[in-house]
Design a protein around this ligand. Sequence first.
Ligand code: CNA
Length: 243
Amino acid sequence: MGNVEKLKELIEKSKSIVFFGGAGVSTQSGIPDFRSADGLYSESYGAVSPETVLSHDFFVHHTAEFYEFYKSKMLYPDAQPNAAHFALAELEKRGKLKAVITQNIDGLHQKAGSETVHELHGSAMRNKCMKCKKVFSLDYVIESNGVPVCNVCGSTIKPDVVLYGEMLDDDVWEKAAKATAESDLLIVGGTSLAVYPAANIVRYFDGDNIVLINMSETQFDKKASLVIREPIGDVFEQAMKLL
Ligand code: CNA
């Protein structure tokens, strides 16, 4: 039996699936990840790594440079969901999938129709004035010149994303951990499982079957009952034809 048929069988016999993913879920939507060969980490930004630029300290002390990088490298307002996003939304509609847990900030799961999405690293779709807390759209941030400022109080706007050096939101984490603990099939995909604490979410899984769909090896492969090294959009596209 091929891997996709195995995945199909596991999905068929499961009642409560949780999907945990990362940047690799959106590469087929044209958004580069961090750790692939053509990911953001392979590009050079002088002495400063993307991890440094995307840190809380850098945001506070070099806000203009932060936004220059963030707007040009992290925002893809025209990106559209791919077959993986659509399949996960469809599985939720069919009552099979209980939650998507994502490290992505691109909002593509919601764009595809997913309703229960726990965004561990927040979302670029939401932006907030640091002083008066007024909420702004992604378009407002993109259309602003340089550092976006609040049109009420003039303070700096910060994207509602978790920067390096910041804590994850407790409430989001608890919901994600609970969904994982209650699931009977965990599908992990498009993530290097190298970013913590996000990667720890897999430890809450207490069921029998983990499926890992990732182009490169991860430290978690040994724990998976099925490892598929194909592009995740293609895998889900084929699986949905069988389901
Ligand atoms: P990562 O560390 O860049 O790992 C991505 C993984 O996905 C790699 O192991 C790749 O081999 C794999 N991969 C790439 N394309 C595919 C594909 N089509 N099918 C299957 N596997 C694929 O990304 P992580 O998410 O693990 O790292 C965490 C960071 C990256 C999070 O904080 C994200 O917020 C951040 N990030 C998010 C986005 C986004 O929102 N789309 C984009 C870039 C980075």
